[in-house]
Design a protein around this ligand. Structure first.
Ligand SMILES: O=C([O-])CC(=O)C(=O)O
Ligand SMILES: [Mg+2]
Length: 615
């Protein structure tokens, strides 16, 4: 006869070799695998075997007051909660009221973090059904603040911290992660967190936030997602002196030691979770981001979100903008402020899109001008510094330093800011753009909002409302006279969740540039004439889940056509295939449906009585 036992006992009996009971359960039960648990020997434990208070304390199992009377009694949690029963919908209503009580966004962030730690399904349903209001909290801009205050707000661990001192033992640390089925990792070393610079181990907020979007926007199961910080120290003097700093208190390791550490990490991931584990690099310093992408892209299933994801969303915006300007992409002249990961990534992908329009590689590169900290990328400039991809965009032009003067000289039709230089698109610059373009295109992509090259309001106000504007972090609606604009958010959140979903479900080993161009085209197709009329070259955030789904389906079709898929047989209906693998954020029964209960409930079931909450 099967008996319910506390989790601690399951582990111990399994260690003692009494595994029969557990295996038997597996045959009887059919459980959503996001709810699966393993004990120390790797046996699967069903949710209904996690008994008593442990069941309520496990965020993956906890349903709050939604446990039925039978469930409460059978699981041994009867009496541990008040008598009331609540549906998930009623709980969502309470969450909304609770969030609204907080004035400060950081407090909203803390509320959501606490909900994530307490009740996973409720957290993801809330996020996924309220993208427009909550994405700015779990993601940019508030996540930037959360990283800056990480030492202060740190309560419970989430994600894995692997330090440079673990070198030689990285696999052992990876083994400590309790989930056996990780499919996707977002990893940072914290050196360039958004446009905020080196935040060291405090950068953990970013992988956590990105992976929350994996689940909320693309339905990738939370137990398959692993956020990681590689803590190699920090060069941020304020953090090194901050008593609240929680990372390694030492300068960044560099050179061979650092490279060996990252190599060991990549190998450790494959050893623990397999060759097909997707590894998304996020917010590494510029130099390392490019190096690792070049080094690993043919060896691992990996991409760099700041180079490739940001490029994809920006190019998507450029594609949509052609419907407003009536021009081809090739009819434009592009000027970038910034020549780092995002700018170079966008430039390189724009070149690919221009080549698709029939231009040669050189003709495409000739259309792109760039400005870095030393001014225009000019071949003859005394500062030099034209290394890596920068040299492709350097021009035979006299060196100029002043940005407004460069804009006047080059007269671009597209101005793209990826510089973290807040306010660099001054009224003078914006007015100049409006003077030589009927519809100037201005992207202020730096994150968070405080780092944007200009605000949406400044962009519209200084161009008589003729600008085609987008920004990396969200701006609200803008009213100019009797006109209202709803600028879109050119953020890689439109791209990376769908790309990850498609790559994982097709079993793609290496992610090529074509995949990001495909994602750009897919997002651009989602932009309706109505969106364009409102001033947005991106679909509304409310459509972002549908975008992710379409990106995944397009990638699947492409992967099978190009023979880079490794999951066979090829699914007949891609959409159905994707849906069948997605996370379900709705509550499910906590007890097996077919099982005779050892302890039948002694109180008869009362029906649920939904009540309307007053705000
Ligand atoms: O996180 C974001 O909002 C976009 C991004 O990758 C960055 O700015 O580094
Ligand atoms: Mg990033």
């Amino acid at each position: 006869m099967f008996t319910l036992v506390p989790r601690s006992l399951i582990s111990r009996s399994a260690i003692a070799g009494q595994k029969g009971v557990l295996t038997e359960t597996l045959r009887v039960l059919k459980i959503d695998d996001t709810q699966k648990r393993t004990n120390v020997t790797g046996d699967v434990i069903s949710p209904s075997q996690v008994m008593g208070i442990d069941h309520l304390r496990d965020p993956r199992l906890n349903k709050g007051l939604a446990f039925t009377l039978e469930e409460r009694q059978a699981l041994g949690i009867h009496g541990l909660q008040p008598a009331r029963f609540k549906s998930q919908e009623e709980q969502l209503e309470l969450c909304r009221i609770s969030i609204e009580r907080y004035q400060e966004d950081l407090n909203k962030y803390l509320y959501l973090t606490e909900l994530h730690d307490r009740n996973e399904k409720l957290f993801f349903r809330l996020l996924s059904e309220n993208i427009e209001s909550l994405m700015p909290i779990v993601y940019t801009p508030t996540v930037g603040l959360a990283c800056q205050k990480f030492g202060l707000i740190y309560r419970r661990p989430r994600g894995l911290f692997i330090t440079i001192n673990d070198i030689g033992h990285v696999f052992e640390v990876l083994k400590n992660w309790p989930e056996p089925n990780v499919r996707a990792i977002v990893v940072t070393d914290g050196e360039r967190i958004l446009g905020l610079g080196d935040l060291g181990a405090c950068g953990m907020g970013i992988p956590v936030g990105k992976l929350a979007l994996y689940t909320a926007l693309a339905g990738i199961k939370p137990n398959e997602c692993l956020p990681i910080v590689l803590d190699v120290g920090t060069n941020n003097q304020n953090l090194l002196e901050d008593p609240l700093y929680v990372g390694l208190r030492q300068k960044r390791s560099t050179g061979k030691l650092y490279d060996d550490f990252v190599d060991e990490f990549m190998q450790g991931v494959v050893k623990r979770y397999g060759q097909n584990t997707l590894i998304q690099f996020e917010d590494f310093g510029n130099h390392n981001a490019f190096r690792f992408l070049d080094r690993y892209r043919e060896q691992y299933c990996t991409f760099n979100d700041d180079i490739q994801g940001t490029a994809s969303v920006a190019v998507s915006g450029l594609m949509a903008s052609t419907r407003l300007t009536g021009k081809k992409l090739a009819d434009n002249k592009f000027l970038f402020l910034g020549a780092g990961e995002a700018a170079i990534g966008i430039a390189d992908l724009t070149v690919k899109a221009l080549e698709n329009e029939g231009l040669s590689l050189q003709e495409a590169r000739d259309k792109i001008w760039m400005v870095d900290i030393d001014g225009l990328l000019a071949l003859e400039r005394p500062e030099g510094g034209l290394d890596g991809h920068k040299k492709f965009y350097a021009k035979a032009h006299q060196p100029i330093k002043d940005f407004a003067a460069i804009v006047e000289e080059i007269k671009p039709s597209v101005l793209i800011g990826a510089s973290a230089a807040a306010g660099a698109f001054t009224p003078t610059v914006l007015k100049a753009m409006a003077s030589f373009n009927e519809r100037p295109i201005v992207f202020a992509l730096s994150n968070p909002t405080s780092k944007a090259e200009c605000t949406a309001e400044q962009a519209y106000a200084n161009t008589d409302g003729r600008v085609i504007f987008s920004s990396g972090s969200p701006f609200g609606k803008i009213v100019l006279g009797d006109r209202t604009f709803y600028p879109g958010q050119g953020n890689n959140a439109y791209i990376f969740p769908g790309v990850a979903l498609g790559v994982l479900l097709a079993g793609i080993h290496h992610i090529n540039e074509q995949i990001f161009l495909l994602a750009s085209e897919t997002v651009a197709k989602f932009v309706t004439d109505e969106d364009l009329a409102k001033g947005s070259i991106y679909p509304p955030l409310s459509a972002i889940k549908e975008c992710s789904m379409s990106i995944a389906c397009e990638i699947l079709e492409y992967a099978y056509k190009e023979r880079i898929a490794s999951v066979y047989p090829k699914p007949k209906d891609m959409r159905k295939y994707v849906e069948s693998h997605q996370y379900n954020h709705n509550y499910e029964p906590s007890l097996p449906q077919t099982w005779p209960w050892p302890n039948p409930p002694y109180i008869k079931t009362r029906p649920m009585e939904p009540t309307k909450l007053k705000a």
